[in-house]
Design a protein around this ligand. Structure first.
Ligand SMILES: Cc1cc2nc3c(=O)[nH]c(=O)nc-3n(C[C@H](O)[C@H](O)[C@H](O)COP(=O)(O)OP(=O)(O)OC[C@H]3O[C@@H](n4cnc5c(N)ncnc54)[C@H](O)[C@@H]3O)c2cc1C
Length: 378
């Protein structure tokens, strides 16, 4: 068994990390977290480089990267902030719904501006009463002549407010818990739709919103795929989604550890560097073990996917372990930085905030453990 990247993977790793260091960097990331502004410059550059199409087939203008190349990308784009990674990934995953289930006309209208980095997609599943229990959707869609009429509320929908954005909305078209759900294409400037921003402590540059749908009318053709297949469609990219999250947690945990090492080497107390105290050294060694283990779990899951095998259990394992590792590494980093950790310019508080959200977002740790247990036959 060979754990090394091949030449193509190594070059890709260097390329994306160089891009993140030179074109994005920690200052830009920090400023966008503070100002709660979307990183349009980065999104557009990624579009120009063709990276937003990593998950799409060539026929739809993408490059269809294999899961290992994709994990390398996600580890890099998460290195300074999970929020930055979410700014790209939310649209990239939703674009796959268009690619797999869209009509030629829908693909032509929505995919090219996204691939150019001009437009974003959001995914609208969560409602006030349906979070982890995601199928408990109440938002209704009723066909009236040539139009669907939508009524209901959604909450925590990331990026739905961005100019020119399109929401892919999960709504109820029938009584059956799963087969009664369908996906709709909802431009965010549609009459009857009100979007308000939530003051969350994370995802501050992507932004997270509430949607109020009051007799929103969209053309009949805005149904994405077949009626009653929404739940199936949403589940189709879950493995890739969990892999992407695990990889971005690994990237961010590595940065949190590196920042802690750099700080403790420079900071002096009682005549020595903080990194000379055994208690601090050991904590960093423990975090290094965990980061490496999280990376191996993530790439092992990616390799399984690349072989065409199911990796549902493995991506859940990687996601839980990687986010717990990020949280612990950032928590230890804050302790090592003492009072200075309370300043946003140290970045560590952002890593910890975002890790806390990672324990709930994209399927909470408890839900991942239930999936793992089920696949263990429990
Ligand atoms: C910043 C942010 C961005 C988001 N972006 C989006 C988005 O773009 N689109 C979207 O649709 N949604 C989005 N969400 C919603 C997110 O997916 C939900 O928050 C998540 O699914 C959890 O749902 P909930 O918050 O309602 O918590 P709940 O489901 O109420 O869970 C609360 C707690 O109970 C636990 N729990 C629930 N069920 C079980 C169980 N069966 N066994 C054991 N424990 C359980 C959970 O693990 C959790 O710890 C976002 C959320 C946030 C905070």
């Amino acid at each position: 068994m060979d754990f090394r990247f091949n030449d193509e993977q190594r070059i890709w790793h260097e390329t994306v990390h160089n891009f993140m260091d030179k074109e994005v960097g920690r200052e830009y990331t920090r400023e966008h977290d503070a100002s709660r502004e979307f990183p349009w410059e980065v999104y557009k550059k990624m579009g120009e480089l063709g990276w937003l199409g990593l998950l799409l087939p060539e026929a739809d203008g993408g490059v269809e990267a294999d899961p290992i190349m994709f994990a390398i990308f996600c580890e890099a784009i998460g290195k300074y902030s999970l929020d930055t990674a979410a700014c790209m990934m939310t649209s990239m995953f939703t674009a796959t719904n268009f690619s797999v289930h869209g009509t030629p006309a829908q693909k032509l209208k929505y995919l090219p501006p996204f691939l150019r980095g001009e437009k974003t997609f959001s995914i609208g599943m969560t409602e006030p009463q349906s979070g982890s229990d995601a199928a408990a959707v109440r938002t209704k869609a009723v066909l009236d002549g040539d139009e669907w009429v939508l009524n209901g509320n959604k909450t925590f929908i990331s990026g739905a407010h961005l100019p020119g954005g399109t929401i892919v909305l999960l709504a109820r078209t029938g009584e059956d818990r799963y087969k009664g759900l369908s996906l709709f294409i909802l431009p965010n400037d549609t009459k009857g739709l009100t979007i308000t921003k939530l003051n969350t402590i994370v995802r501050r540059s992507l932004g997270t919103t509430q949607l109020y749908l009051d007799n929103v009318r969209i053309p009949k053709d805005n149904l994405l795929g077949e009626e009653g297949k929404g739940w199936t469609y949403i589940g189709e990219h879950l493995e890739h989604e969990r892999l992407s999250l695990a990889a971005s947690y690994v990237g961010n945990a590595q940065t949190a550890l590196d920042d802690t090492i750099n700080y403790t080497k420079q900071r002096k107390a009682f005549g020595k560097s903080l990194s000379d105290f055994q208690v601090i050294k050991h904590r960093m060694a423990e975090d290094a073990i965990a980061v490496e283990a999280a990376r191996l779990l993530t790439y092992s899951a990616a390799a399984k996917m690349a072989r065409g095998e199911s990796a549902v259990k493995e991506v859940s394992m990687a996601k839980v372990f990687a986010v717990d590792t990020l949280f612990k590494t950032a928590f230890n980093g804050m302790q090592a930085m003492g009072g200075y950790s309370q300043l946003p310019e140290m970045d560590m508080e952002r890593y910890m905030r975002e890790a806390k959200h990672g324990m709930v977002g994209g399927g909470a740790n408890e839900i991942q453990k239930s999936i793992i247990a089920k696949l263990m036959g429990l």
